[in-house]
Structures are given as structure tokens and as C-alpha cells.
Design a protein around this ligand. Structure first.
Ligand code: GLV
Ligand code: MN
Ligand code: MN
Ligand code: MN
Length: 402
């Protein structure tokens, strides 16, 4: 299976008519992606380890059977609603293709190589980004994770149970982590910052998600006088504008990309509204100030309308500076393989950011000519993808083979 053949097999899974992907953790399209992963692993004679947290790792072991000090690569297979084809899968497909290249070239392993597909990286179903890697590394309390619900009110525990996993067994897995020496994630670049085919990540900016709940009173849209309304949509509207203003003031970016209006009738004043804020910025303080500014603005807007506001932090990731020695090593190896290796920061979150708390971690980015991500226009040219495979193979060769 070449890169192009693997890509073609994955491409139809979970794609809508507009070309957007809907691969949410443990829904049918994502299960098809998992089956695809298992098939590609089997085809290469790689054993698939299913950890207790829903993550999968396909292992290529050295002939002497050594299982320690592994080099882990891979990414994720789930998507945001209407997401692009590359965010996640590119790292997984490239990892299998890089293994094929190493084998063709007769590489012999000194360290195991694992290809990971982390669960619920986007947090599109249960709200917490990188849920699988957070559980694995102990970055989220398992009890909190079990109680997370999806849009239909199903708990994470229930979904795990139906997937054949034991919800009581989730949580940090030192046995697995202690077998891994480092993690290198290849990912499509998600902005316009990369002018060459492949770059190396410097850092991930601090970022997080916050949920604002606005509680008012449902009532009739025609018979309720304006003075008698407790309409939660009004302070929600100010949230959207406040996010933009707070971002401009604090030098951050802030987005309200998801809202739930209950009960959602055209001819009814809403009883409650939930709005999600995504905020990211150059440092912790600016992100915290952005959220505090939005919070103050919506509370001020809610008061005159008799609406109450509550705020919950769904996830937060502090600045991630990737391991300097590993990053420099990647840059050197990629430069040797491709002739150039620009180093760039990113505003996107990744499992690599979570794993970096536990092991040396680095990332490779593949150029995105549209600069668009989390949307169908996300792209990477095939020549750049193949350069990414070449770069990843060189890195894996340097770290694990020879
Ligand atoms: C995930 O891709 C994120 O950056 O939100
Ligand atoms: Mn993403
Ligand atoms: Mn991703
Ligand atoms: Mn991501």
C-alpha cells in the first residue's frame, strides 16, 4: 500500500457532500478509521496495542524483541465537525509510509517504532481536546472524564463500555509511557506560516476552551412583552462581540464557534444558551485576561435581563516548548534529507503538546497551500506529503534505525 493508496482508502470515511469530515470518537465513521488502522498494521505485520484509554499503537519491534525506549510517532484519526482530510490522518498515514520506506531501504531497528492513533484529539464529541493523551498521561482526572457527555447526553463511560473498554480502567498508564523514549508527531500546517514543504515545530501557544451557560426563562415569542423577558440570547450575543474585542485588546485570538440554544424554537424565547469560547495567545496571562474580560462583559450584559451566567473551563494547555535537543536533531536530519527545515510556532493544539509533559517530544509540519484548517479547504499537495514521509523516515531512521 503506497501513501496514495492508503490516502484513497481513508478519504471517503465520514466525508459529507461539501467535502467536510465528521469523524467523532467511537461513531461509525471513526470506527471505520480504526478498522482501517488495524488493517494497515496487520498488512505490515505490526501488533496493535489497544490501551485502556481508547488509544491505539501499532508496533514495529526490533528483531531482538526489545520493547523499551521506543520512538513513538503517529497522530489522530478523529476530526472536528466539517473538518479537513489532513488534520490528524496525515500523521498516521505518513507514519505507515515512513515504515515502508525504512523497510525497503533495509533499515534494522535498534529501538521499537510505534504508530499511534490517539482518541478524541479534537474533543469534538466530549468537549475536552486530546482526551486520549490526557488520560494516558494523567492530565485529566479519570472520574471527570467518565462523566463527560456528548451532545446526546451519553457519558464517556457509557460510550467506552459499548466500545468494549472498561470505563473504570481509564487513566494514567505508566507501563506504556515508560516504554516510550520520545514522540514525534507529523501534522499538516494549519496556517500560512510554512513556505517550504516541511518544517519543525518550535512551540504551541497556550490555549483552552471555556463554556458559558446563560440561564433565562423560556416563554412565548409573541405574547411576552419585552419588559417581561429573561432572554439568555441577549447576553450570549454580547459574548460573541466581547470575545472579538477582548482578543484585540489582549493580543490573543478568541472564537465563539459553537452555541446551543435550548429548547431551540423559532417562536420561543430560549430558556438557556450555552456558548463555547476558544482562546489562545502568546502567554498564559493574555489568555487568562481574554477569558476574564469576556466573563465580565457577559455578566454585565446579563444582569439587566435577569439572566444568570456560569463559566466552566473545559480544557487548558499551557505553553508547550518542544524538547530543544530533539527539535534541533529533527531540524538537522530534515535539512539533510530535504535541504531545508524552517522552525515555526503553532496556534493549534496537538497530542504532542500533552505528551511533552512526560517525554521529549517534537513535531514536523507539512506545508498547507490554502492555510485553511478545521474546514474542507485544508490541503497539502501530494509532493509535500511525500516530502513529509521522506522527512519522517529520515527522523525515524536517525532515532531508531540505521
Ligand atoms: C485542535 O486541533 C486545536 O488546535 O483545537
Ligand atoms: Mn485539529
Ligand atoms: Mn490535529
Ligand atoms: Mn489538534
Amino acid at each position: 500500500m503506497t501513501f496514495e493508496e492508503m490516502w484513497a482508502d481513508l478519504l471517503p470515511l465520514g466525508r459529507d457532500a461539501a467535502g467536510g469530515y465528521h469523524r467523532f470518537a467511537w461513531t461509525p465513521p471513526e470506527l471505520e478509521c480504526r478498522a482501517w488502522f488495524a488493517g494497515e498494521a496487520r498488512r505490515r505485520g505490526l501488533d496493535v496495542e489497544h490501551d485502556a484509554n481508547g488509544n491505539m499503537i501499532a508496533w514495529w519491534l526490533p528483531e531482538d524483541g526489545v520493547r523499551e525506549n521506543a520512538v513513538l510517532t503517529g497522530s489522530h484519526l478523529d476530526s472536528v465537525p466539517g473538518g479537513g482530510a489532513f488534520d490528524g490522518p496525515l500523521g498516521v498515514v505518513s507514519a505507515f509510509a515512513a515504515i515502508d520506506l525504512l523497510r525497503e531501504r533495509g533499515a534494522r531497528l535498534r529501538r521499537p517504532i510505534g504508530v499511534a492513533a490517539f482518541a478524541e484529539e479534537e474533543g469534538a464529541r466530549f468537549g475536552v481536546a486530546c482526551l486520549g493523551s490526557r488520560l494516558l498521561t494523567g492530565a485529566i482526572d479519570p472520574a471527570r472524564a467518565r462523566a463527560l457527555t456528548d451532545a446526546d447526553g451519553r457519558t464517556f463511560a457509557d460510550v467506552l463500555h459499548h466500545a468494549g473498554l472498561d470505563p473504570e480502567a481509564i487513566g494514567p498508564d505508566d507501563d506504556l509511557l515508560n516504554r516510550v523514549g520520545c514522540f514525534v508527531e507529523l501534522h499538516v500546517e494549519q496556517g500560512r506560516a510554512l513556505a517550504e514543504p516541511v518544517g519543525v515545530a518550535a512551540s504551541i501557544v497556550p490555549h483552552g476552551r471555556w463554556r458559558f451557560g446563560f440561564a433565562g426563562e423560556g416563554n412565548h415569542a409573541g405574547t411576552t412583552a419585552l419588559a417581561d423577558r429573561r432572554d439568555p440570547m441577549l447576553p450570549f450575543a454580547s459574548m460573541v462581540l466581547a470575545a472579538r474585542e477582548a482578543a484585540e485588546r489582549n493580543g490573543t485570538v478568541a472564537t465563539v464557534g459553537k452555541v446551543r440554544v435550548d429548547p431551540g424554537g423559532v417562536n420561543a424565547i430560549a430558556a438557556s444558551v450555552t456558548g463555547w469560547l476558544d482562546a489562545r495567545g502568546p502567554d498564559d496571562a493574555s489568555v487568562r485576561r481574554t477569558v476574564a474580560d469576556v466573563d465580565a462583559a457577559v455578566r454585565a450584559a446579563a444582569r439587566p435581563h435577569g439572566v444568570t451566567v456560569d463559566l466552566a473551563e473545559e480544557s487548558y494547555t499551557e505553553v508547550v516548548g518542544f524538547d530543544l535537543a530533539l527539535r534541533d536533531r529533527l531540524a538537522r536530519v530534515v535539512k539533510g534529507a530535504l535541504g531545508g527545515a524552517p522552525v515555526l510556532p503553532t496556534g493549534a493544539g496537538h497530542d504532542a503538546g500533552i505528551l511533552s509533559a512526560r517525554m521529549p517530544t517534537a513535531m514536523l509540519f507539512v506545508r498547507n497551500p490554502t492555510g485553511v484548517s478545521h474546514a474542507p479547504a485544508e490541503r497539502a499537495e501530494i509532493a509535500d506529503c511525500l516530502a513529509g514521509v521522506e522527512a519522517l523516515a529520515a527522523v525515524l531512521d536517525d532515532l531508531a534505525a540505521g
